[in-house]
Design a protein around this ligand. Sequence first.
Ligand code: ME8
Length: 516
Amino acid sequence: MTVDLSPTMPRYYVTTPIYYVNDVPHLGHAYTTVACDALARFMRLDGRDVRFTTGTDEHGQKVAKSAAATGLEPGAFTDQVSERFRSLVEAVGAAPNDFIRTTEDRHYRSVQEIWRRLVQRDEIYTGKYEGWYSVRDEAYLAESELVRQPDGSFRAASGAPVEWVAESSYFFRLSSWQEPLLRWYAEHPDFIGPESRRNEVVRFVEGGLEDLSVSRTSFRWGIPVPDDPEHVIYVWVDALTNYLTSAGFPDEGSETYDRFWPANLHVVGKDIVRFHAVYWPAMLLAAGLAPPRRVFAHGWWTVEGQKMSKSVGNVVDPFQLVQEYGLDQVRYFLLREVPFGNDGDYSRAAMIHRANADLANDYGNLAQRVLTLIQRNCGGAIPEPGPAAAEDDGLLQAAARLGPELRPLMETQQMHAALRALWDVIRAANAYIDHAAPWALARTDMGRCQTVLSVLLEVLRRVAIFSQPFVPVGAAAILDQLAVPADRRNFSDADEALTPGTPLDPPTPVFPRLAS
Ligand code: ME8
């Protein structure tokens, strides 16, 4: 794909889906949030004007049902569960600019405004919906999409039960957007990633689109249709609009809206691609608003080879995970274990292996070895380097290429590849230290020993700067130990070498080994 790295486009608006509050957060939610946070942190450190948002999807039949099951009013119930999602953000070390709840006033205003615009443009008409609905997916389904069960009943392809619905409803003229959407995909080849999802979406739209029911009358938990409060707006129309609300819609003249809409990137799971890559751009185009630049759908996590489900009892609690293995360890595992876009499997063994092999052995040991040698051989201060040998230059240059290498990878959401590039340098530094053996040089050639250690400090500094988006806690600890000031850790500071003579504190290990 073409990558726009032009300095005239410095802003970057990235979103997670807003999560349903029917249940507490699990590993899947943590995954999307961590991925978006790594992207947002990367772009911030790279000098972009970043807006990163997440939040909770609180209306609709599914949430209303869950509330009823607890005996709480929907409002009290959603307050409670939404708070758990807010805590998740913190637990995984994410730093969004906004946490949006669909029950907020600003969002009512925004959703009702987009509705009015669709009405004004004759994109909405009244009718009656008669067909299948999956409450778990909050989706209308055509008969052809259902899967017959051994007992003769039907289910959605996701495995969710379906029910027959017959109620009066407003419809959005989605069918008339088939051709414009196909044109949009053709003219914006980067609109959907990865490629496999793009093909899937194009095939779906080529197959024809039916008008979409966009209101419900059989329950009340939602945003009322303007001037027709018997209807609540379909929860997906409500939820998708969060991305606009958070950017300041409907105040289109506002600074935030001008700066951030259209969004650069909606990151979603592959389960909700259709909503984001078909319904959402169609709605926006129909309302006279710009679609987002890109929708990227990541894959699905299973747990020890099995689908994560409450009935199996294998739902992974991200709070517990962070507590047990550490924040950096969980983030690193999620981002490194599978190429972003592919499915992955979580297992305790894989988690521990990643944390120990890559973080403790490769990265943590490198830092600890280098900093200990500085204490032992350089009087605890950054040494003055002598003339560089060829092998020094090779390593220094590999580290100096990190910025240009990582940028296009992060622009295309290839976090796993960015981490691989970082670890190539870490491993090269470990090979270099083994080969150069500065501990032996300390006895034979102090000048060369100082040069080798100074090269290693520089490489460590660059690696620490570029690893901040992924392992923020450990990276900050290493930068502290290198005495890099907190305000000199942006990518634009990466060329600023350490100052010889600066005293360094004795090191403390950064990525502990986990017991298996
Ligand atoms: O769909 N593996 O909310 P939701 C990977 N409210 N990611 C997973 C996952 C798994 N096993 N399980 C969940 C909704 N996710 C709507 C979204 S947006 C306008 C409205 C992640 O609570 C993944 O990102 O069901 C998925 O898309 C999202 O959680 C679904 O969260």
